[in-house]
Design a protein around this ligand. Sequence first.
Ligand SMILES: NC(=O)c1ccc[n+]([C@@H]2O[C@H](COP(=O)([O-])OP(=O)(O)OC[C@H]3O[C@@H](n4cnc5c(N)ncnc54)[C@H](OP(=O)(O)O)[C@@H]3O)[C@@H](O)[C@H]2O)c1
Length: 291
Amino acid sequence: MRVLITGSNGQLGSEIKESASDYENLECIYKDLPEFDICDAETLTTIISDQHINAVINCAGYTAVDQAEENPEIAEQVNVKGVLNLVNALKKVDGKLIHISTDYVFDGNHSQPYKESDPVSPIGVYGETKRAGELEVLNGSIDAIVIRTSWLYSGNGNNFVKTMLRLGNDKESIQVVFDQKGTPTYAKDLAKTCLDILSGASSINLSKKGSLYHYSNEGVTSWYDFATAIMEISNIDCKVIPIETKDYPTQARRPLYSVLDKYKIKSDFKVTIPHWRDSLVNCLKKINHNS
Ligand SMILES: NC(=O)c1ccc[n+]([C@@H]2O[C@H](COP(=O)([O-])OP(=O)(O)OC[C@H]3O[C@@H](n4cnc5c(N)ncnc54)[C@H](OP(=O)(O)O)[C@@H]3O)[C@@H](O)[C@H]2O)c1
């Protein structure tokens, strides 16, 4: 199967690039800005058709949650129009799609893990555009699944783990919010899950079992506890001070609770999911090894 990885220089795309050689039946082709733009429908359609693409893992997205509040048009262009372009291009070649979405489609008012069947209610532009992108896929009449994930990090790109390492090495103490709960996701684990699913899907209908799935690492934590674990595991002597969200104002509001229920993906695709702390240890080892 020839698989196009869009947004291949981002966190998830880079992890797919590192893991894809383990999958003999998948031949991955990697594309990203500036030479490849999912908003350019014509080029996208040509590449998918000329390069005989059978499937796409869409890792491209406008992911700047705060900036999206100021640039709703760009967020909409990439997260909705770009996704529609992918769906339309894949329709022409009868191709499959794994599209990645977010826990930010929920408002965070739950106290139990969110199931795929729970109503969505995004509280910011990023979440709104990602939800609209999901609908383009789910209503697109192609063989596709949408995987919502949360708190993604990896050794590549900018993310919370790398920010904590940098601040922890520079400062004696840092303040981190303790009242937002969710689950971190090591992009490597999600990358392998996407590849596992596609690798087993050569001859089956991907969305036969259902189209919407949740994936994060196992467990529940807060940003404060996550930061504390990063410092502890890395032996960084920086005090992490818990603060409330109201004392750390950001342009976009975030859901206070966004734990995802992963029963469906585990049961339908026989996925085994590591605990967030075990995956954090693996990621930190890798960052350490590469530095
Ligand atoms: N990061 C998180 O915490 C998180 C949480 C939940 C869900 N997700 C979702 O997971 C997916 C992957 O996230 P990630 O953290 O890997 O994102 P990322 O690191 O920001 O990577 C996204 C990639 O897409 C590229 N891109 C942006 N606009 C594009 C366009 N028009 N055409 C082609 N490529 C484009 C970006 O290029 P530039 O860098 O040059 O813009 C970047 O290389 C996204 O759909 C995101 O919404 C992320």
